[in-house]
Design a protein around this ligand. Structure first.
Ligand SMILES: Cc1cc2nc3c(=O)[nH]c(=O)nc-3n(C[C@H](O)[C@H](O)[C@H](O)COP(=O)(O)OP(=O)(O)OC[C@H]3O[C@@H](n4cnc5c(N)ncnc54)[C@H](O)[C@@H]3O)c2cc1C
Length: 494
């Protein structure tokens, strides 16, 4: 049996999952060093600053602040005091091409008022939806989501049969919404939350109604200074505990001898001995590229979520026509998800726009707006010979045309700062397997005990943390992932 006090752990990658694991492991007494390939921590949750505009590169929607409260509490600190949050309410506005629009809110009366525009006497159904989702949310977070389990039996072990049936795992998210709402507009708006996971409401299990519920019940937030302000506070928290973070230090190999982890080697050839290594690099990238050739696994069978093209635009005018978060939905909703799922560009692209300077003026120069556009696109393996430059121009034109359709005037002349990241950029910058933006899919047999475990079954001492292992993608989930990986290591070391 080893003692924790002098045990050293290397974490590869300073994404939010890696940082959360570092905080939990350091708090448990381990000596922790994080090796990050990029110049800055945060991974997908990074930052671009240019000419007075501040862009968050990936996440723009902060949900479940209680998860971050728990993270800070591990170190005896107060999240509320350290990371001021700006409420974003009403939260998300959905536009359809026929002129309909629906705005969600975490104020239940406002929410009902808006739904009633689409469905007469929707009140009782909406209340039932809320009540059921609230129970599901409670069961999921108390007993399932953040629980390490090796087998489905263990995973479901704490649940009664009635609780298992309440989770609606065996029907789709869309069918679950159909139980409550007749209006296709309400179903499409709430079902769009599947896109938070890079998924489809027709494929994800019904339990994911907890996504819209969680946002409606616990609010939607923007940290003051943007998402990266939260990342910086988490980095500071880790460092204040004594975690060493080495940026600009890409790891080339996880060294293995006789089925055991023995250390890591940097891209410059330096070897550091470790018998416990946590990889925050996307799991299929780790297993197919970072392990020694003899231990590598073929990752081609991994089912990954779609990729994205992201546009970061500094807009030289105000845009009073749209709020902070907007989703533009396609005419043929189901077909669009099918096209994306089968590796094709949808005929009518859905896209999401975030303008965080609407909630925090400090993110853009006065009279300007900071705009982020996210377009879901197929994975790199489906777009091998694509001319991305041409495709990006086409997508930009489609975005402008759709905005014009809704009388929101925007053209290249209004853009004073621009960066655009294609799936190749996402893959190269952060090691995302096949350019997948959100990691492994979250269909029934890819969650919980069925998802890739947070330890390697073949290489002793190798652990995983982040979006492609348990519990899944999204900032709160990868922060929970860090806690779960730390618990896993503690259960093995003791
Ligand atoms: C465009 C986009 C929008 C999103 N929107 C939201 C949102 O609104 N809300 C939300 O909650 N979530 C959102 N997400 C999901 C969320 O960003 C991710 O689930 C989460 O940030 C992933 O964190 P992670 O810990 O898995 O690791 P990552 O962020 O992938 O970090 C992994 C780290 O490992 C480093 N690394 C890779 N290879 C090496 C190597 N060889 N050596 C050393 N370091 C290496 C990388 O540089 C990176 O820093 C979004 C994601 C994307 C891409």
């Amino acid at each position: 049996m080893s003692t924790i006090r002098n045990k050293k752990i290397a974490i590869i990658g300073a994404g939010l999952g890696g940082l959360s694991a570092a905080i939990h492991l350091r708090s448990a007494g381990f000596d922790v060093t994080v090796f990050e390939a990029n110049e800055y921590v945060g991974g997908r949750a990074n930052k671009i600053a240019s000419k007075g505009f501040t862009f968050d590169t990936g996440p723009s929607l902060l949900n479940y602040p209680w998860v971050f409260e728990q993270l800070f509490a591990v170190a005896g600190r107060s999240f509320k005091d350290e990371v001021p949050l700006i409420p974003v309410n009403p939260s998300i506005k959905f536009y359809w091409r026929n002129g309909n629009h629906l705005q969600l809110s975490s104020n239940f009366s406002q929410f009902l008022f808006e739904l009633e525009r689409f469905e007469d006497r929707v009140g009782p159904a909406a209340t039932r939806f809320f009540r059921t989702a609230s129970k599901q949310y409670q069961i999921a977070f108390d007993k399932l989501v953040a629980k390490n389990a090796d087998t489905p039996l263990q995973w479901f072990g704490n649940l009664t049969l009635s609780e298992i049936s309440q989770l609606t795992l065996f029907r789709s998210f869309n069918s679950e919404l159909k139980k409550y709402f007749k209006s296709k507009y309400i179903r499409e708006a709430l079902g769009s939350y599947a896109m938070y996971l890079g998924g489809s409401p027709f494929e994800l299990p019904g339990i994911f109604t907890i996504l819209p519920y969680g946002e409606l019940a616990y609010g939607l937030w923007l940290p003051k200074g943007g998402i990266y302000a939260l990342v910086e506070k988490i980095q500071q928290l880790a460092e204040s505990l004594g975690v060493e973070i080495r940026c600009s230090t890409p790891i080339q190999e996880i060294n293995v001898a006789n089925g055991k982890c023995v250390g890591i080697t940097t891209a410059t050839g330096d070897f550091y001995p470790y018998d416990i290594v946590v990889s925050n690099v996307d799991v299929p990238t780790t297993t197919s590229q970072l392990l020694p050739k003899t231990s590598r696994k073929n990752s081609s069978r991994w089912k990954m979520t779609c990729s994205v093209v992201t546009m970061y635009w500094g807009i030289n005018k105000k845009l009073p026509e749209i709020p902070h978060h907007t989703i533009f939905l396609p005419d043929h909703y189901e077909k669009t998800f099918e096209q994306l799922g089968s590796g094709n560009f949808p005929d009518d692209i859905p896209f999401y726009i975030s303008i965080p300077s609407k909630s925090d003026f400090s993110l853009a120069p006065q009279g300007n707006e900071t705009m982020f556009v996210l377009v879901p696109v197929p994975l790199l393996s489906h777009t091998r010979n694509l001319d991305w430059k041409k495709k990006v121009d086409e997508l930009k034109e489609q975005v402008f045309m759709r905005l014009a359709w809704h009388n929101i005037p925007l053209s290249t002349h209004d853009i004073s700062v621009e960066q655009i990241w294609t799936p190749n950029d996402w893959a190269q910058k952060f090691g995302l397997y096949d350019g997948s933006a959100f990691g492994a899919v979250h269909t029934l047999f890819n969650v919980g005990a069925f998802r890739h475990k947070n330890y390697d079954v073949d290489v002793q001492g190798l652990y995983y943390v982040g979006a492609s292992t348990v519990p899944g993608t999204g900032m709160p989930m990868v922060v929970l992932s860090g806690k779960m990986t730390a618990e896993r290591i503690l259960s093995h070391v003791h």
